[in-house]
Design a protein around this ligand. Structure first.
Ligand code: SF4
Length: 228
């Protein structure tokens, strides 16, 4: 896969338009979409990494009531932090959050930085989380690629080969990067995530109500390509 296999400008425009239209009518109303506080975005993203939205919602509110800032989290007793996280599981996550909070307090005056390189220097912030913080909190033109977004972009623009292969993953990052619009980055990336969670789901994608059928390389052969 090369740059020449990236979607052409016309396909990019059509994809963006359809996705944003669909999102305005169907997007979920979630509390982390009502904020641009980088810490709140970080908490929501780390919680959502391995946990469903409905389980994250009450914990997100409880967490922010207890630790309203990076500074509050940085100075909280570790045992309390682990206890508050329960029962979300994957308990490395609260430890990582607290270590990010401590580093932010020590080096960045209790704030999360906005540039990609510095964000990636934190242990626990990878390419996806950095893209989410930059696009959702700082409204920068930054791409995201998690499992859901990778699946959506793969089905629509690739549909051949192994979704999990390193080269495919790299290509999908490039696709996500060319897709991000100059404006409405926040809505666009949120829409990608909702679309993967609600329409182009892992099992039994809802092709019959999908607005992307004319663009999608996996339609109508979705069944065949999804078995790969
Ligand atoms: Fe996904 Fe089906 Fe829509 Fe293609 S047509 S994007 S496979 S839901």
């Amino acid at each position: 896969m090369s740059a020449s296999s990236l979607p052409l400008p016309d396909a990019r425009q059509r994809f963006r338009r359809r996705l944003l239209t669909w999102y305005r009518a169907n997007g979920r109303d979630l509390p982390w979409r009502q904020t641009s506080d980088p810490y709140h975005i970080l908490v929501s993203e780390v919680m959502l990494q391995q946990t469903q939205v409905d389980r994250v919602l009450p914990k997100y509110h409880e967490w922010l009531a207890k630790y309203p800032s990076l500074e509050a989290l940085a100075t909280a007793p570790e045992r309390d932090v682990a206890e508050t996280w329960r029962p979300l599981g994957y308990n490395i996550r609260p430890r990582r959050l607290q270590s990010i909070a401590r580093e932010s307090v020590e080096k960045y005056n209790g704030q999360l930085p906005s540039d990609e390189e510095t964000l990636l220097s934190f242990k626990g912030i990878g390419a996806y989380t950095a893209g989410a913080i930059r696009s959702f909190a700082f409204r920068q033109r930054a791409a995201i690629l998690d499992t859901n977004v990778a699946r959506v972009l793969f089905r629509i623009f690739v549909a051949r080969g192994d979704l999990k292969a390193h080269a495919t993953r790299r290509h999908l990052w490039a696709v996500s990067e060319v897709m991000v619009p100059r404006k409405e980055v926040f809505d666009f990336n949120q829409a990608l995530m909702d679309f993967g969670a609600m329409i182009c789901v892992a099992r039994k994608p809802k092709c019959d109500v999908c607005p992307m059928t004319k663009l999608c390389r996996s339609y109508p052969g979705a069944e065949r390509s999804l078995k790969k």
